[in-house]
Design a protein around this ligand. Sequence first.
Ligand SMILES: [Zn+2]
Length: 56
Amino acid sequence: MPKSKFSENMIKIRCGNCKRINYYTRKNKKTVEKKLELKKYCKWCRKHTKHTETKK
Ligand SMILES: [Zn+2]
């Protein structure tokens, strides 16, 4: 178990197209069950793509 509270709820947001990790965020534990899906800009694809969370 990591002692740092900062890293406890960290998740990575990954581009669904190129699978690269573009964003980091923290997530409320209450919403952990639900997978995030975000429309975000990917600098690798140079367009807005569907981004999903990936754990650890
Ligand atoms: Zn991409």
